[in-house]
Write a protein that binds this ligand. Structure first.
Ligand code: GLA
Length: 376
């Protein structure tokens, strides 16, 4: 990808020296298992080729101040904060501050650093640009300081950063995917125990990701609402988490809108398990139907889709090379994921976008030479 040296170039331009460390982490796409990861459920994400890269060096100023430039946010004037005095600003630097604070709270002495970030993970497309930044930074700090930190701990610290300093009540899926997944194998994750297995994509299939062009920037409040509805449903059913309920009809019997929210989560957990089975057996029709059903459930029961995303999914589902399609990520805009026959994704994507309109953009298969400057 074209970002391979972007962080380095931005670092050298901003700080006039070479960095000590260069690290990266990918965005993710979730194949199935949406809005299940904050009630102990199952998810099935993969990494995407787009990634965030970070160049890091210990600061030379001696004043405990970190300076961080981002190619995606101006690229020149650094955002600054002092180690030990991380505070929410409501801007992108909060992901960096949140990681530093989470790491310090585990007892690691984090030195002041200079950093440059460059990413081609689109922001606002539901592909976890924030998790990619958190995981890349944690990998970078691990290399810079030399402390032991395994990949699961990295994911947990990334989530802590987001839940606490950033203030987004997300689950663990995105950070686990960015930290542990690759772009050819799905990560079947039990978000209650964090046990995971790698499940290869069936032979003769390929992933297609298309951005709807409807950014989900406004989604934080809606996400919080859904999360609290799910928690209320669990309380009404007398369980700790909806993971403990197997029968969608039991969940659906609760009063509205809690009933339909719970029915989505309970049925989605069952769909993830069935999808893993279908992947292992190479049962493509079954897998496709599960993806389509997941979208219908997110649209009708969980109600996190928007009309353009529904239209894009319907176009994808109507394409002859598409096996199944659904929205992916938190919803309220963002991208869709489809499974296609192998070597057919690019052509199918072009056809679907041509019908959808100019806001649509094929993100996977990734185009060569797409640089962070072109990212939103
Ligand atoms: C966002 C969150 C994840 C997960 C998804 C929905 O991506 O960060 O934790 O809840 O939404 O599945």
């Amino acid at each position: 990808m074209a970002t391979s040296s972007a962080a380095l170039a931005v670092f050298e331009r901003a700080f006039g020296r070479t960095p000590d460390v260069l690290e990266r982490a990918p965005g993710r796409v979730n194949l199935i298992g949406e809005h299940t990861d904050y009630s102990g459920g199952f998810v099935l994400p993969m990494a995407i080729p787009q990634r965030t890269e970070i160049a890091l060096a210990r600061a030379t100023g001696g004043d405990g101040v970190c300076r961080v430039v981002s190619a995606n946010h101006g690229g020149r004037a650094p955002a600054m904060f002092e180690i030990g005095r991380e505070e929410r600003t409501g801007t992108w630097i909060d992901y960096v501050q949140g990681v530093v604070k989470a790491l310090r709270e585990t007892g690691v002495l984090v030195p002041a650093f200079d950093a440059a970030v460059a990413s081609d993970v689109p922001i606002g497309a539901g592909l976890s640009s924030s998790a990619a930044l958190e995981v890349a930074l944690l990998r970078g700090l691990r290399a810079l300081v030399g402390f032991p930190l395994d990949d699961v701990t990295i994911a947990q610290l990334g989530r802590k950063a987001e839940n606490e300093l950033v203030g987004a009540p997300v689950g663990i899926m995105d950070q686990m995917a960015s930290s542990l997944a690759d772009a050819t194998t799905a990560l079947f994750l039990d978000t209650r125990t964090l046990a995971y297995e790698r499940v290869p994509l069936p032979d003769d299939t390929e992933i297609l990701v298309i951005d709807s062009g409807v950014a989900h920037d406004h989604a934080a409040g809606d996400y919080r609402t859904r999360r609290s509805e799910v928690e209320r449903a669990a309380a009404a059913l007398g369980v700790k988490e909806l993971r403990d309920i197997d029968d969608p009809a039991v969940a659906g019997a609760l009063k509205e809108p809690i009933g339909r929210r719970a029915r989505h989560v309970v049925s989605e957990n069952a769909r993830v398990l069935a999808a893993v089975r279908a992947m292992r057996e190479g049962d493509l029709p079954a897998l496709g139907k599960l993806m389509d059903a997941s979208h219908a459930s997110l649209r009708d029961d969980f109600q996190v889709t928007v009309p353009d995303v529904d239209r894009l999914v319907a176009l994808a589902q109507g394409d002859p090379e598409v096996i199944g399609a659904r929205m992916t990520g938190g919803g309220f805009g963002g991208a869709i994921v489809a499974l296609t026959r192998r070597q057919k994704a690019a052509a199918a994507g072009a056809r679907i976008v041509a019908s959808y309109g100019p806001r649509g953009r094929v993100l996977v298969p990734a185009r060569d030479g797409w640089t962070s400057e072109e990212g939103r």
